[in-house]
Ligand binder design. Sequence first.
Ligand SMILES: [Zn+2]
Length: 83
Amino acid sequence: MGALMVRCPQTGKDFASGIETDPLSFELTPAFSGTIRCPLCGVDHQWSKIDAWVAEDAPSPSSAAAWSAPHPSPLPDGEREPA
Ligand SMILES: [Zn+2]
């Protein structure tokens, strides 16, 4: 599985559409078009199948979220080891 990527026409940078697919499945997907909210410039862009591609090596949203997960609560003061 990979992230379905789109290019922002405003910034020229790529961003993940939030859709997970694989190259073969995407190839078999009928042509589509619509709008997508761009995380780079914050506006809705028109996009269609020909604008998108599958990035198999992109980090998945779930693994990216793991990096920002909150740390476990620190030990209470009484159990902290002396410096
Ligand atoms: Zn954009």
